[in-house]
Design a protein around this ligand. Structure first.
Ligand code: YH5
Length: 283
């Protein structure tokens, strides 16, 4: 159903996307080298654990975060992309809203443009279209700095679904092929815990948009609110949440910690295979 979007990756099976944040550098040249090198090492380690995608981001979009200067974002992300591309054939996703970074990243061999602002910045839609790369559009309201002041929904599942359908049509009208679009409900973006839980419980309803679903809940506040645990102790909760998403048809699972989720998916897939064998024996 979702053949041929990415070379060598079958989106009919759930895939794991490992998150690599290219964190702020120290001002010394040595600091920048270290940051780039560490980010590449982190990406290769996540690939070894089972990630088929790496999401590279140079801007914090957590609730309340302010934007980063565009040139600084380019300076953070591009050296990591260039270095990782030399060392690995892993699918590289670029988490950015910057049209300039989208275009430069495409030249350096990026495989996916992942924009939490869904290509709404001036020139972003055109930039994305020009690259010819697949794009992920994600539900959000406003900006990360203000989104948690816009959390009123009558029916969150229907509103997110209709918003994604509309935004997909805007992308198609701008010349982006429908079969290059991925969709994401945007867990934690302009949403409170009940909205996030309702979306997770009803994620299967988004599959009728007939596009691959990407989801990211890793270490987010919703998992903290459920478990009472701080960010770095939320990975087990994240495994459960992403497995629930995969069972409802999510195809790319965006996480900080890959190995545990890989195991969980293998247990599910082995069990599903056994169920098929049982059904065959039954008839
Ligand atoms: C996403 O859902 N999220 S950046 C706050 C946290 C932890 C994690 C500790 N980019 C998504 O991961 N791209 C981000 O509190 C994304 N979908 C897509 N497609 C936010 C993030 C995070 C924020």
């Amino acid at each position: 159903m979702f053949a041929d979007i990415f070379p060598q990756v079958d989106l009919n099976q759930p895939q794991i996307m490992g998150i690599v944040n290219v964190t702020p550098d120290s001002f010394s040249d040595g600091g920048r080298y270290t940051t780039v090198d560490l980010a590449i090492k982190q990406a290769l380690a996540l690939e070894k654990e089972g990630a088929t995608f790496i999401d590279l981001g140079g801007e914090s979009t957590r609730p309340g975060a302010e934007g980063v200067a565009e040139q600084e974002e380019l300076d953070r992300v591009l050296p990591v992309l260039e270095g990782l591309r030399k060392e690995s054939a892993v699918m590289i996703s670029i988490d950015t809203s910057s049209p300039k970074l989208m275009q430069e990243a495409a030249k350096l061999g990026a495989n996916l443009l992942n924009d939490v602002r869904s290509f709404t910045r001036e020139g972003a839609l055109e930039a994305a279209q020009t690259t010819g790369l697949p794009v992920c559009i994600m539900h959000m309201r406003g900006e990360p700095s203000s989104m948690q002041q816009q959390t009123t929904y009558a029916d969150v599942v229907t509103e997110v679904k209709d918003w994604l359908a509309k935004r997909m049509q805007v992308c198609i009208a701008a010349g982006i092929a429908e079969d290059k679009i991925l969709l994401d409900p945007g867990f934690g973006f302009a949403k409170l815990l009940p909205h996030n839980l309702t979306l997770l419980a009803n994620l299967n309803k988004l599959t009728s948009l007939n596009r691959p679903l990407l989801v990211g809940m890793s270490r987010k506040r919703m998992l903290g609110e459920i478990t009472g645990k701080p960010a770095l102790e939320r990975d087990a909760a994240g495994i459960a949440a992403h497995l629930l998403a995969a069972q409802q048809g999510a195809k790319i699972l965006r996480v900080h910690s890959v190995a545990g989720l890989k195991d969980a998916l293998q247990v599910w897939q082995a069990t599903a295979q056994a169920l098929n064998l049982t059904k065959t024996q039954d008839k």
